[in-house]
Design a protein around this ligand. Structure first.
Ligand SMILES: NC(=O)c1ccc[n+]([C@@H]2O[C@H](COP(=O)([O-])OP(=O)(O)OC[C@H]3O[C@@H](n4cnc5c(N)ncnc54)[C@H](OP(=O)(O)O)[C@@H]3O)[C@@H](O)[C@H]2O)c1
Length: 235
């Protein structure tokens, strides 16, 4: 049985991951949303799968809420096997051009997309240490690749995902001794609110790929930057 913690699960890729993991009848899921009372689809899944899905309120920049989330996990399971740091923001395009970018946009995006996943790892670490083949999957983006950065604009989002990749490398080194595998994962260009309807992949295809990568992940791959289809991404 995999015990799985997924942030930003009320819509998009996070919601689809919850749906698909619930389809595996052995998984136990903790799904976070900023406003659980407004997360109708997640609430319906809780009702349809009694005892399998716990809905946790979490604004990822709220450190007290992260600590509270860890307490909720501690009250219900002895360990976590998979943490998927999925929640993220991509500010409006015109606020990320060279003309439009501001310190506020940069810092808020770095807080949500980079610092928060690291703080969530810190709080959940003791449960991951007790997990079976524990894995941390930081959902990154091709837009976090330095090698692929031959275009302009998108300053906040690109910088935050490149920094998340660096956080991933540090965590992989620090947590190797605990046998916790840590990777950055590019989910592809996906048809969500963030990705737009024109994107290449459905959330179903992306989530299916992410689950397959998570399933096959071992410590030998720690510190890698993988794509949803299991291929390596250039740093
Ligand atoms: N879609 C793509 O093409 C694509 C491509 C590359 C990488 N990604 C990455 O894939 C992941 C999922 O993206 P998506 O396409 O599913 O995006 P999405 O549909 O925009 O969903 C984003 C999720 O993150 C949550 N979130 C945002 N800010 C938060 C905060 N401060 N605290 C807590 N939760 C917060 C949102 O909650 P609310 O509903 O409360 O806002 C929502 O649940 C992200 O890490 C994204 O960067 C996506």
């Amino acid at each position: 049985m995999d015990r799985i913690f997924i942030t930003g699960a009320n819509r998009g890729i996070g919601l689809e991951l919850v749906r698909q993991y619930l389809g595996e009848d052995t998984s136990r899921i903790f799904a976070t949303a900023r406003q659980p009372q407004a997360a109708g689809e997640l609430q319906a899944l809780v009702a349809a799968h009694p005892g399998r899905l716990t809905l946790i309120p979490l604004e990822v920049t709220d450190e007290a809420a992260i600590a509270q989330a860890a307490q909720t996990v501690a009250g219900q399971v002895e360990a976590l096997d998979i943490l998927i740091n999925n929640a993220a923001m991509n500010p409006p395009e015109d606020t990320q051009t060279l003309d439009g970018i501001s310190v506020e946009t940069m810092l808020r995006t770095l807080h949500v997309n980079t610092a928060a996943p690291l703080m969530i790892v810190k709080e959940l670490l003791n449960w991951l240490r007790n997990g079976h083949n524990p894995r941390i999957i930081n959902i990154s983006s091709e837009m976090g690749s330095l090698a692929e950065r031959t275009y302009g604009a998108d300053y906040a989002y690109c910088a935050s995902k490149a920094a998340l990749n660096m956080v991933t490398r540090g965590l992989a080194a620090d947590l190797r001794r605990d046998k916790i595998t840590v990777i950055a994962l590019d989910p592809g260009w996906v048809q969500t609110d963030m990705g737009s309807p024109e994107a290449d992949l459905t959330p179903q295809e992306s989530a299916h790929g992410i689950r397959a990568v998570a399933e096959s992940l071992t410590l030998a791959q720690t510190g890698q930057f993988l794509r949803w289809d299991g291929q390596q991404n250039p740093w």
